[in-house]
Write a protein that binds this ligand. Structure first.
Ligand SMILES: [Zn+2]
Length: 500
């Protein structure tokens, strides 16, 4: 599709230094919209969640949603921002059909939260991403372009507008430019959005579902020649809506911009679209300057002046944030940085923590979730937490192994049963007779059969080659279909072969 010339990724950073910047929009999970009482529920019939305020009808007046202001302050506090003691909303004037008032109520030079930072880890290195601001605004409606192949306006027959989303509270988190990541820039961008998403999830202020657009990113990127202190012109790739796409869009823009600069060309300051199918970006519109929006303080709303005592209370009641939680668990479980990274990357932290809480040792919990269960989740294309086995059931499984009721091999079969909806591990063991065989008559018979079936092996063992016993153990395990306990079998064989 794309006709852009691209430089090999590995070559880009030999000549250029990338600078990334991220603007993340988070739709807050408040029950009602930012400036009216309309519901914010996702997926309702188009235009059923609207009123004169969010449709911008003449004479309607907005009233700010206190829960949205509180959520924004909590996000700011989690990022270490300074909370404004007094700030105002501003009108951002532009005409788009999805913005019925002809302006968006946003914040401009007086954001609610200023500064802060977020540290992210990539390959054992820490990168500090400085936060510029966190502000509150209202979301736009949604355009639906009908008749084209791509769903974009280009090639469409007509467009429809759904105002259900118009006026929903939206928090925008803007980073300062992040230089110095070099070839890791794509991964640093992804790690930042991942960590931010986790923080917001922990705060419980949004469901941060990228596929539904409740968290979306604009990814800025510029290149400057290595050693050149002046940053290049940036492009802004809009509405990137998956973590993987954040990484891919940075990678693509680095390769594209390097080719333009290599040819002596100039990067145009513009917004670009990211295409999931090809991993490429294409030109959108040339980027407006802030002055184009003719910002001015919103005259219909009173300023926001959060009471310092209230802000203090919000600070004191912040939940344990993801980085602190990881550090605590790492220490409690006695694992290395790398092991913790694996757990976090696999999305296994929560399930392992709950499995440990249900009584399993950290080592066993990690072994099952990162081993068999990770493989099964991968095969099924699902998340660990969505597998049909609960942390409590995994802990029960571990308990059965510890008690000697089943061995690891049988435990895998038990897991199959649990995942197939046959009940808890103990129920599956009982129903399928999967428990390890004790020193029963049945096992004794299997031992006898193995001895009778391999007289040459028996002679070898009696002749001093004790390790040959392994073949007999294997034979017994085979006839009992893995249900015998190998140590017990070995002991029984030794008694029969060596002592007679
Ligand atoms: Zn409304």
């Amino acid at each position: 599709m794309s006709t852009d010339r691209l430089v090999d990724f590995d070559e880009v950073t030999t000549r250029y230094e990338p600078v990334i910047g991220l603007e993340t929009h988070v739709e807050l999970g408040t029950a009602s919209k930012m400036f009216c009482g309309c519901s914010t529920t996702f997926g309702a019939e188009p235009n059923t969640q609207t009123c004169p305020v969010c449709l911008g009808l003449p004479g309607s007046l907005p009233v700010a949603n206190a829960a949205a202001i509180e959520a924004t302050i909590r996000i700011g506090l989690a990022l270490g921002s300074r909370i404004a003691t007094w700030c105002r909303f501003a009108r951002k004037n532009y005409f788009y059909p999805d913005i019925p008032k002809g302006y968006q109520i946003s914040q401009y030079d007086e954001p609610l939260c200023v500064g802060g930072h977020l540290d992210v880890q990539v390959d054992g290195e820490t990168y500090r991403v400085e936060i510029e601001r966190v502000h509150l605004e209202e979301d736009t409606g949604k355009n639906l372009h009908v008749g084209g192949a791509t769903g974009r306006i280009h090639g469409a027959d007509h467009s429809l507008i759904d105002y259900n989303r118009a006026g929903s509270p939206l928090v925008e988190i803007v980073t300062r430019p992040v230089p110095g990541a070099g070839a890791k820039a794509p991964e640093v961008a992804r790690a930042y959005v991942t960590e931010l998403r986790e923080i917001i999830q922990t705060l419980g202020v949004s469901d941060v579902r990228m596929e539904q657009g409740s968290l979306r990113c604009d990814v800025n990127l510029s290149l400057n020649p290595v050693g050149d202190l002046e940053w290049g012109t940036r492009s802004e790739t809009k509405n990137v809506n998956s973590l993987r796409s954040v990484e891919r869009s940075v990678r693509y823009e680095m390769r594209r911009q390097a080719a333009v600069l290599d040819d002596g060309g100039r990067i145009v300051q513009e917004t670009r679209h990211f295409h999931e199918d090809t991993g490429s970006t294409s030109s959108g519109r040339s980027k407006e300057e802030a002055t184009d929006y003719r910002y001015f303080p919103e005259p219909d709303l009173v300023p926001i002046a959060p009471d310092p005592a209230w802000v203090q209370e919000l600070t004191d009641t912040l939940p344990e944030l993801p980085a602190a939680r990881r550090a605590r668990l790492q220490q409690e479980w006695g694992i290395s940085d790398t092991e913790m990274q694996w757990l976090a990357n696999a999305g296994a932290l929560g399930v392992v923590e709950r499995t440990v809480a249900a009584g399993a040792s950290p080592a066993d919990a990690r072994k099952w979730w990162l081993g068999d269960l990770a493989r099964r989740a991968n095969e099924a294309g699902t998340e660990l937490a969505e597998l049909a086995v609960t942390p409590a059931e995994v802990a029960e499984l571990v308990g059965l192994v510890d008690a000697g009721t089943i061995n690891d091999k049988l435990a895998r079969q038990v897991l199959d049963g649990v995942l197939a909806g046959q009940g808890s591990p103990a129920q599956v063991v009982a129903a399928q007779g999967l428990a390890v065989m004790g020193e029963s008559d049945e096992l004794a018979a299997a031992v006898e059969a193995a001895i009778a079936g391999a007289p040459d092996v028996v002679d070898k063992v009696r002749g001093g080659k004790v390790q040959a016993l392994g073949a007999l153990v294997g034979a017994v395990m085979k006839t009992t279909r893995g249900k015998a306990d190998a140590a017990t079998v070995k002991r029984m064989l030794e008694e029969r072969v060596l002592s007679s």
